[in-house]
Design a protein around this ligand. Structure first.
Ligand SMILES: *[C@@H]1O[C@H](CO)[C@@H](O)[C@H](O)[C@H]1NC(C)=O
Ligand SMILES: *[C@@H]1O[C@H](CO)[C@@H](O)[C@H](O)[C@H]1NC(C)=O
Ligand SMILES: *[C@@H]1O[C@H](CO)[C@@H](O)[C@H](O)[C@H]1NC(C)=O
Ligand SMILES: *[C@@H]1O[C@H](CO)[C@@H](O)[C@H](O)[C@H]1NC(C)=O
Ligand SMILES: *[C@@H]1O[C@H](CO)[C@@H](O)[C@H](O)[C@H]1NC(C)=O
Ligand SMILES: *[C@@H]1O[C@H](CO)[C@@H](O)[C@H](O)[C@H]1NC(C)=O
Ligand SMILES: *[C@@H]1O[C@H](CO)[C@@H](O)[C@H](O)[C@H]1NC(C)=O
Ligand SMILES: *[C@@H]1O[C@H](CO)[C@@H](O)[C@H](O)[C@H]1NC(C)=O
Ligand SMILES: *[C@@H]1O[C@H](CO)[C@@H](O)[C@H](O)[C@H]1NC(C)=O
Ligand SMILES: *[C@@H]1O[C@H](CO)[C@@H](O)[C@H](O)[C@H]1NC(C)=O
Ligand SMILES: *[C@@H]1O[C@H](CO)[C@@H](O)[C@H](O)[C@H]1NC(C)=O
Ligand SMILES: *[C@@H]1O[C@H](CO)[C@@H](O)[C@H](O)[C@H]1NC(C)=O
Length: 746
């Protein structure tokens, strides 16, 4: 009877359970079955994930060993694959099985000598070492112990696994999410040498997070012996040092290379002249199938050679990301090909037009051409790209209209066209950008009235229209909740007139609900390859917020022709940090309600027609560190106490009827004293400390600077002096998942 009859035969017998001998017809080899059961019982199952070993597992999954029952055929158990002839277990996939406990040297798994594939990723072997018996499984072609809490030295017997095609020992380091990462697993160079020379078919070698600090330059050179097989090499976060042999970049079949976060590894690209035609056959020119090219943050100068343009458009069919930002490249912009998703060319010196052939790259997710010297008009097609979420063309010399036809159902999250010479009206189709969070059109020549029709954008957080030729009255229709998430509202330096837009302000929900218990700093945007940034005027100074704290809120209506009184309703914006109404024609008095803006850090009401006394209530603004009330018609005594003790003369200049400290004009006795001196109130002791903090490092500014330093240290500028060029060598500590998606070439 052939084996193919077996299922039929078994199903017959299953109707007669009394024939217990039918068990012997199980396909599974009894030895393997028993070994598996004992392996199962040597661990407990624990799905709680305090240590993060299971974090990439599907949230609803349960242990595969749950289906392993004595007295049933092991070949139908979850994760088990048998040889259909011998019944021996050939493959075991116990990834995400939540096994917890020590991996003992006597583990019965080492008796599964026929195993070809073993995947124990995402278990918790409680920091046990891998035993040398692993080397007995000589038929293994695939071994995966990723994220399984194993530790110590990888046994030298691993070099017996000469048939290995794929080896993954990654993500076994502790403390991965903070800066105290340490590598648990150690691979000695002598073991590596034997392994590389014996396992000649290795195609996938993933040792991210394994301590390779004993390696010498020659260790990595051995990889050249794998030139016909090696496709993926990941030696990130591996404490590598010395020089990377440049030959490795030329491994003919290599598709993915990750050497990120090896602070002491020097990588030199083969020396070549960008400007002269190829005589990279070197490096890049040789690479047939590039997927990710990241040459950002280097000192690459001059024009991009012709062959690069050609390769990019016609040869690298699978190219997904090109990042050449922060170099000094010149000449014509390279054209992204169809299929590419990330095209990051910012902060160079590219000149000329944005070619219409760009329209072929409709697959783009992110297009960043910011901070170049581009001229001409913006191709209209960019508004129709279905997946484009970031369009950053800021700080160029572009002119003409903003694309008119943003299509329905688009994915735009960020549109930054500020710092160009754009003109014409604002396109109504911007209202189709339902997911838009940041719209920065500042510093252009746009002529229009206020785009009230943007009020329906439920996600809009930043709206900057500063320094254009916008005019008319600003009102909100209040059809729905207008601008419910707006945090930065900057329409300064335009020709707006009429009353302050109280109908909008009273609905700025995101500026009202400050959550006091908020801890930890969060930034707008969650894509690692793009920092949301915006230029705002803080305390009278232009500042670029290189990352935008979600708690940052400001309204800037300065330098317009607004008139009438400051609406009482502004006092509802409890989380507002900055308010600038300067250089308008505001009249009346400061409303008492301004004293409710407890988070206010700067207030500029200068150059208006405001009159009356400065409300005592402003002394309640304990975070206020910048106040400008100059050039108005204020009168009476300046409040004292708290923050008011820190402001100088400049804050009040040009108000001849004001008196009191810090002005030289003292108040005569007829002028009434403040209701009570805040100096003596009961909380003054506590307040004093607050004021010190606020004066020098109030929450917002501190957070902002932090963001800035993160950017600086994140961009390994110092490396430029260390090496000629850096290839995907990121100094930044990032989480592992992010590594997986980045820094590779093929
Ligand atoms: C489950 O694992 C966590 C650590 O991840 C541990 O704190 C807990 O005690 C374990 N539970 C049991 C029942 O062993
Ligand atoms: C499986 O069951 C058989 C028969 O009941 C028993 O002899 C054997 O010890 C069991 N094996 C394991 C690993 O529990
Ligand atoms: C393996 O060794 C451990 C401790 O050394 C012991 O508790 C366990 O029973 C042994 N298991 C087997 C299957 O021999
Ligand atoms: C290992 O594989 C070889 C070739 O496929 C085979 O002849 C040998 O029997 C296998 N060894 C074991 C223990 O399965
Ligand atoms: C190892 O297993 C994990 C979990 O199944 C998987 O995510 C990872 O891609 C595997 N590694 C390789 C090299 O296949
Ligand atoms: C290479 O692999 C073979 C087959 O497993 C083994 O017998 C031999 O010892 C290995 N050599 C080294 C240096 O590990
Ligand atoms: C490497 O792969 C080739 C082709 O698949 C095979 O013939 C050879 O036996 C393999 N070498 C080893 C050491 O497994
Ligand atoms: C490894 O490569 C080097 C240089 O290419 C060569 O001299 C050496 O013989 C190779 N070793 C093995 C074991 O193939
Ligand atoms: C680079 O070009 C310059 C002048 O074109 C030439 O003198 C120099 O030798 C070239 N360097 C290399 C490494 O080819
Ligand atoms: C940009 O290129 C122009 C010439 O095209 C050059 O004059 C200028 O210095 C370059 N600027 C930078 C910052 O490299
Ligand atoms: C922009 O390009 C022009 C020539 O096209 C050049 O004169 C000018 O210096 C460039 N500006 C910058 C900032 O590099
Ligand atoms: C300051 O705030 C306190 C508490 O909210 C309030 O009682 C007091 O009246 C305020 N002072 C002024 C001058 O408004």
């Amino acid at each position: 009877m052939g084996w193919f009859l077996l299922p039929y035969f078994m199903s017959l017998l299953l109707h007669f359970p009394s024939y217990s001998y039918t068990l012997s017809f199980f396909l599974c080899n009894p030895h393997d079955s028993s070994a598996l059961l004992q392996f199962k019982t040597s661990f407990s199952v624990n799905t709680s994930d305090d240590n993060g070993w299971f974090r990439d597992c599907p949230s609803s999954s349960s242990s595969k060993t749950n289906s392993w029952k004595n007295g049933t055929d092991c070949c139908v158990w979850d994760g088990v694959t048998c040889d259909t002839m011998s019944g021996h277990v050939l493959a075991l996939d116990l990834s995400c099985s939540y096994l917890q406990g020590q991996f003992h040297p006597n583990s019965t798994i080492f008796s599964l000598k026929h195993l070809q594939k073993l995947n124990l990723a995402h278990n918790d072997f409680s920091l046990s070492p891998i035993h040398s018996a692993m080397g007995d499984l000589v038929n293994l072609t695939h071994l995966n112990l990723s994220s399984s809490a194993i530790t110590s030295h990888i046994p030298s017997t691993i070099s017996h696994l000469s048939k290995l095609v794929s080896l993954d020992l990654s993500e076994n380091q502790n403390g991965i999410f903070d800066s105290s990462t340490w590598n648990n697993l150690i691979l000695d160079s002598s073991t590596w040498n034997k392994l590389i020379l014996n396992a000649t078919n290795l195609s996938e070698l993933i040792l991210e997070g394994v301590d390779l600090s004993s390696f010498r330059d020659t260790s990595l050179s051995l990889l050249m012996n794998l030139s016909s097989s090696l496709v993926t090499l990941n030696l990130g976060i591996a404490k590598l040092q010395g020089n990377l042999p440049t030959d490795i970049l030329c491994l003919p079949n290599l598709q993915k290379l990750d050497l990120s976060t090896n602070e002491n590894l020097k990588v030199e690209l083969p020396k070549f002249n960008w400007s002269t035609p190829l005589r990279f056959p070197k490096f890049l020119a040789q690479v047939k199938n590039l997927i990710v090219l990241d040459l950002s943050n280097n000192n690459i100068r001059e024009q991009i050679p012709k062959w690069f343009h050609e390769k990019l458009l016609h040869s690298w069919k699978n190219i997904f990301q090109v990042d050449l930002s922060f170099n000094q490249l010149q000449g014509d912009l390279p054209i992204p090909p169809n299929g590419i998703e990330y095209f990051l060319i910012s902060n160079n010196n590219f000149t000329g037009d944005i070619s219409l052939t760009m329209c072929n790259a409709s697959s783009l997710n992110m297009l960043n051409l910011a901070h170049n010297n581009l001229t001409g008009t913006i191709p209209q097609c960019l508004g129709t790209f279905p997946s484009l979420s970031v369009l950053d063309l800021q700080m160029n010399n572009l002119f003409g209209n903003i694309p008119q036809n943003f299509s329905k159902g688009n994915d735009f999250v960020t549109i930054k066209l500020n710092g160009n010479n754009l003109e014409g009206p604002l396109p109504w189709s911007l209202a189709s950008c339902k997911f838009l969070e940041v719209l920065d059109l500042a510093d252009n020549n746009i002529e229009d009235t206020f785009p009230t029709w943007l009020e329906t954008l439920q996600q809009l957080k930043v709206l900057s229209l500063r320094s254009n030729k916008l005019h008319g009255v600003i009102t909100c229709f209040n059809t729905k909740q207008p601008f419910p998430k707006l945090r930065i509202f900057d329409v300064s330096n335009n020709n707006f007139s009429g009353p302050l837009p109280a109908s909008c302000i009273k609905n700025f929900q995101a500026m009202m609900n400050v959550s006091d218990g908020q801890t930890g700093l969060k930034y707008l945007g969650n894509d690692r390859s793009y920092n949301e940034s915006v230029v705002v005027i803080i305390k009278g100074q232009y500042m670029e917020l290189v990352r935008i704290l979600t708690t940052f809120t400001t309204i800037d209506l300065s330098n317009n022709k607004f008139e009438g009184e400051i609406p009482e309703v502004i006092g509802k914006l409890h989380s507002l940090k900055g308010l600038n109404l300067s250089h308008n024609a505001m009249a009346g008095t400061i409303p008492q309600s301004l004293g409710n803006l407890r988070n206010l850090e700067w207030l500029d009401l200068s150059w208006n027609q405001l009159a009356g006394e400065i409300p005592m209530a402003l002394a309640n603004l304990t975070f206020l560190s910048f106040l400008n009330l100059s050039q108005n018609h204020f009168e009476g005594i300046i409040p004292t106490g708290r923050q008011f003790d820190t402001f100088g003369n400049d804050s009040y200049a040009g108000n001849p009827m004001l008196c009191g400290i810090p002005l030289s004009k003292s108040c005569n006795k007829d002028e009434k004293l403040p209701p009570h001196s805040i100096h003596h109130d009961e909380e003054s002791g506590m307040f004093g400390w607050k004021a010190v903090l606020v004066g020098y490092a109030c929450g917002m500014v501190f957070g902002m600077l932090l963001g800035y330093s993160v950017l600086l240290s994140g961009k390994p500028r110092c490396l430029a002096s260390l090496v000629e060029a850096v290839l995907g060598v990121r100094v930044k500590r990032t989480n592992r998942r992010a590594h997986r998606n980045h820094g590779g070439m093929s």
